[in-house]
Ligand binder design. Structure first.
Ligand code: IPM
Ligand code: MN
Length: 369
């Protein structure tokens, strides 16, 4: 029997509630398959900081180091609460970015997907959605402005100033582009390369390398598109996109827009892959305003489990069962509050009810050999 160690980092805000549902799914998957999961919970985020002064404690690092994969909930506090933690120790700078760096998880995959039958979730008109939205954003995750050198001070005019560096070397650019081309080969063989080469030299180099890598994938049609134009086209005609690749900061912004066109960030799971280790997390934040109310949408957290099953454990068929189970709950007419607009006819359920319904569907799914 295959056995995997999974670090479970529930995180802050709605993290623990949505993680609870995700863990139930993992346990059912374990029951249904010839596989064993050793779940290793660990503190991560603001909760860890308040407990021990470190948002990414040594003990958690040791657990993650041992794990075959990491399942991570959202982290972070409200704008006001954040001020209680020194800037460099806040969970984003003190835990999340160090984790991305530690495991060099340079390839972030963010599917943006909504079948035609669920078009009513989206703020876009049905005629804009057409046959449904089904694209995947590939975001570089360990370079660019997020990780460049930073300088804060007072300049010789006596003014406070800040300097942040956007740096990439060609190896960093090439490896993410290669991932995107490989993905395009497995999908529709169309790749949108997102850039800002009319202003940024980093995009000029990025595009040069995109042209070089393209030579190894002659079957893939590459379309170069400016990031601002891409933002517009995501709203006007999302159907033209299949795989989109971009640097870190562009990917942060456009992937939230991806959640926007679906109707909720709650529909945005993600996989963060390095050569040795991968971790899985919702693309959204910890939503402190709704934390503890049992109303958050656990889709992105359970979807992150599905991505883990597929990418880290090679369990494609069972991953598909998990996706189908969640879609099934939606097509039965249920959803959490984020997606049940008044008058939409959608029956509102809470976090645990959503989880329960997913489990019910998954229990009925065909067992995979
Ligand atoms: C995301 C998040 C993070 C990011 C934050 C929490 C640092 O917004 O994963 O998109 O900006 O990368
Ligand atoms: Mn983000």
């Amino acid at each position: 029997m295959k056995s995997y160690k999974i670090a479970i980092l529930a995180g802050d805000g709605i993290g623990p509630e949505i993680m609870e549902e995700a863990v139930k799914v993992l346990k059912l998957v374990e029951e249904r398959n010839d596989v064993q999961f050793e779940l290793m919970p660990a503190a991560f985020g603001a909760n860890a900081y308040f407990e021990c002064g470190d948002a990414f404690p040594e003990e958690t690092k040791a657990i993650c180091d041992q794990a075959d994969a990491i399942l991570k909930g959202p982290i972070g506090l409200s704008h006001e609460e954040s001020k209680k933690i020194p800037i460099d120790k806040q969970p984003e700078r003190g835990a999340l970015l160090p984790m991305r760096r530690r495991y060099n998880t340079y390839a972030n995959f963010r599917p943006v997907s909504l079948p035609k039958g669920l078009a009513h979730f989206s703020p876009l008109k049905p005629e804009v959605i057409g046959e449904g939205i089904d694209l995947i954003m590939v975001r570089e995750l360990v370079g660019g402005l997020y990780f460049g050198e930073k300088e804060v001070g007072v300049n010789d005019k006596g003014l406070r100033y800040v300097k942040e560096t956007l740096e990439y070397d060609e190896e960093q650019i090439r490896r993410i582009l290669v991932e995107a081309f490989k993905l395009a080969m497995r999908r529709k063989k169309v790749l949108h390369n997102i850039h800002k080469s009319n202003v940024l030299k980093s995009s000029v180099l990025w595009n040069e390398i995109a042209e070089e890598v393209a030579k190894d994938y002659p079957e893939v049609e590459v379309k170069h598109i400016l990031v601002d134009a891409a933002a517009t086209l995501l709203c006007l005609n999302p159907g033209q996109f299949d795989v989109m690749v971009m640097e870190n900061m562009f990917g942060d912004i456009l992937s939230d827009q991806g959640g926007g066109i679906l109707g909720s960030l709650g529909l945005m799971p993600s996989a963060c892959q390095g050569d040795e280790k991968s971790y899985y997390e919702p693309s959204h934040g910890s939503a402190p305003d709704i934390a503890g109310k049992n109303i958050a949408n656990p889709y992105s957290m359970i979807g992150s489990v599905a991505m883990m099953l597929e990418n880290s454990f090679g369990m494609e068929a069972e991953a598909k069962n998990v996706w189908d189970a969640m879609q099934g709950v939606f097509t039965d007419g249920y959803s959490t509050a984020d997606l049940s607009k008044p008058g939409s006819g959608v029956r509102m359920i809470n976090t645990t009810e959503f989880g329960e319904k997913v489990l019910e569907k998954l229990r009925k799914a065909p067992k995979v050999a």
